[in-house]
Design a protein around this ligand. Sequence first.
Ligand SMILES: *[C@@H]1O[C@H](CO)[C@@H](O)[C@H](O)[C@H]1NC(C)=O
Length: 208
Amino acid sequence: MMFLLTLFTLSFFFSSSDALDFCVGDLSAPQGPAGYSCKKAEEVTADDFVFSGLRATGNTSNLFKIALTPAFSSQFPGVNGLGISVARVDYPVDGRAPMHTHPEAAEVFVVIKGTFYAGFISSAYKFYFKTLNEGDIMAFPLGLMHFQINIGESEALAFSFYSSASPGVYIMDNAWFTNDLPTDILQKTTFLDPDQIKKLKGLLGGTN
Ligand SMILES: *[C@@H]1O[C@H](CO)[C@@H](O)[C@H](O)[C@H]1NC(C)=O
């Protein structure tokens, strides 16, 4: 009996699989709501858990003067299924992350270099904000609208950590002003001036 039990325990140990430890994303298969399907465990190497794509400064030549370089599961399949991810965010002088949410994730924003004014709006519509300096971190709760602005006199750098391998980014200005949502509907639903709406649509590529 003891022998059988030992045999059973041993076979249990020897049949335990790395597949229980991780689920490195198979980027060749489609991504579902729960993430990517798992790459075969025997094909996984240490390289799957390392990402060097955040070494370089991103391209900040855009309206918001920001470069968010993601290491989400689509770029860094090693985080697939782990419920975490990170992005490098470069901000030249006057750069800003415009008002946005991450539908799937809370965020911790870590200031590596520079000075930021950052804030979020709670679901009770209270505004929480702070000036952040090098080494400061700020938490942004799940799904809430938030922003960060480089208010310093030189370029700034931050890393944002997310409680999802695929946090999503939903930018308010993009939602309102980059598509064909009619100006009169935006006017009715926001009370913004039609002229202001047209100006912002012009800036962001929207029509109507
Ligand atoms: C940065 O992006 C802008 C706008 O998309 C583009 O014109 C420019 O060539 C890019 N610069 C580099 C160095 O890739």
